[in-house]
Design a protein around this ligand. Structure first.
Ligand code: PMP
Length: 415
């Protein structure tokens, strides 16, 4: 990371990212700063703005709702906005995919849904140990942090993070398969000293951990191993879900059905905080009050979520257009990578980017892109990956302009 990112003031020092301007307006894939300068936003609120900023599809029903005098905050109570969301989610997302899930509101954030998933898995199985993967990121509270890989973030807990171990993610060995030999063996071996896990939690693409993408057959093998040993499979789709990889759930193409799914970020469709924990019906074991929280009834978020699902996911043409956007972006990333020494493409769908052998190049490219009017973030244990996450609704022209800036920044930095 270069100074430009660190030279700025945040109220507190713990944020890793800041840009030296004040953003005052936003529309679609564009943000405008106080001086009137425009930036293409290929950061998309770290995946919370899959349909862009202030998209009229979600903003108009929201304004109407706010002016109607309807309930804004309802905790666990039923409201028409909540009922509409649940019905739409069932009709548009779950039923067409024949997914059997019950839907729980775990609280407003991605971390909340991960905590709920881990706690539920432990309660259901009566086991404590959870397996997760090298370079995983699942959130910043104690349970979620315990299954996160990054040592710097883990040390911030200040106490030992117990009852979880890491195993190598697919492609951990840079092109060599990370297979399941170790896992298969220890699950059979009562003398291994490895406690049988309650659950294995996985991201299909490691959003914060460097955009490694698991192969579909690797995910299928993982799912089969979990089923064989009665270990719950949790897919953390907080960043990769809601269409980022080209399908609503990132695991659809692999043909697996996880036991628990974590969604947040773009589920509200508007940037409003919202999260869901989806689980198989037999996991509905909590008694009333056993897992609760105040902010589980954010009705404005239900309204925008419902509008986004109806507009984009009830109509197959959205997903077809998305596939074209993904193809165009990948063709271009591929051509930049092959003409840049030490560069490669990582990721899947619109959760992709360029990785660099010289890790510092990634931060310099993001800083240069900012100077040229493109917002990008970096990812990976050494911040060695430039993440390219345009909104799913990016236009062909915006995509081309953004990728032109990216290419120019890569050329400037790598010479
Ligand atoms: N899981 C994944 C895969 C994430 O990418 C994130 C956020 N980057 C989280 C969980 C945590 O979400 P939140 O920041 O909303 O707590």
């Amino acid at each position: 990371m270069t100074d430009i990112f660190y030279s700025l003031e945040s109220e507190v020092r713990s944020y890793s990212r800041s840009w030296p301007v004040e953003f005052v307006q936003a529309s679609g894939a564009t943000q405008t700063d106080a001086s009137g300068a425009e930036y293409l936003d290929f950061f998309s609120g770290a995946g919370a703005l899959n349909y862009g900023h202030n998209n009229p599809v979600v903003i108009e029903p929201l304004i109407e709702y706010l002016q109607s005098g309807a309930v804004l905050h309802s905790m666990d109570m039923m409201t028409p906005a909540k009922r509409d969301f649940l019905q739409t989610f069932k009709d548009v997302i779950l039923e067409p995919r024949e997914l059997p899930y019950k839907v729980m509101f775990p609280g407003p954030t991605g971390t909340n849904t991960v905590e709920a998933a881990l706690k539920l898995a432990r309660k259901y199985t009566g086991r404590q140990h959870i397996l997760s993967f090298t370079n995983a990121f699942h959130g910043m509270t104690l349970g979620a942090l315990s299954v996160t890989g990054n040592s710097m973030k883990r040390q911030g807990a200040g106490i030992p993070l117990t009852n979880s171990s890491k195993i190598p993610y697919d492609d951990y060995f840079d092109g060599e398969t990370a297979d399941f030999l170790w896992l298969e063996r220890v699950l059979e071996d009562s003398g291994s000293g490895v406690d049988k896990p309650a659950a294995i939690i996985v991201e299909t693409v490691q959003g914060e951990g460097g955009l490694r993408a698991a192969r579909f057959d690797w995910l299928r093998r993982l799912s089969a191993l979990c089923a064989e040993h009665e270990i719950l499979l949790i897919v953390d789709d907080v960043q990769a879900g809601c269409g980022r990889t080209g399908t609503f759930f990132s695991f659809e193409e692999a043909g697996i059905v996880p036991d628990i799914v974590c969604l947040s970020k773009s589920i509200a469709g508007s940037g409003l905080p919202m999260a869901l924990t989806l689980f198989r019906p037999e996991l509905d074991i909590w008694s009333p009050g056993e897992h609760n929280g105040t902010f589980r009834g954010n009705n404005p978020a239900f309204v925008t979520a419902t509008a986004a699902l109806k507009e984009y996911w009830a109509d197959p043409s959205f997903q077809e257009g998305l596939a074209t956007t993904i193809d165009v972006m990948h063709a271009r990333l591929g051509s930049i990578a092959v003409t840049t020494s030490g560069a490669g493409v990582r990721g899947r769908g619109l959760l992709s980017g360029l990785c660099f052998e010289d890790a510092e190049a990634a931060g310099k490219i993001a800083a240069e892109a900012f100077r040229q009017g493109l917002l990008l973030e970096t990812s990976g244990p050494k911040d060695e990956v430039v993440k390219i996450m345009p909104p799913l609704t990016v236009t062909a022209d915006e995509l081309e302009r953004g990728l032109d800036i990216l290419e120019a920044a890569v050329r400037t930095v790598t010479g």
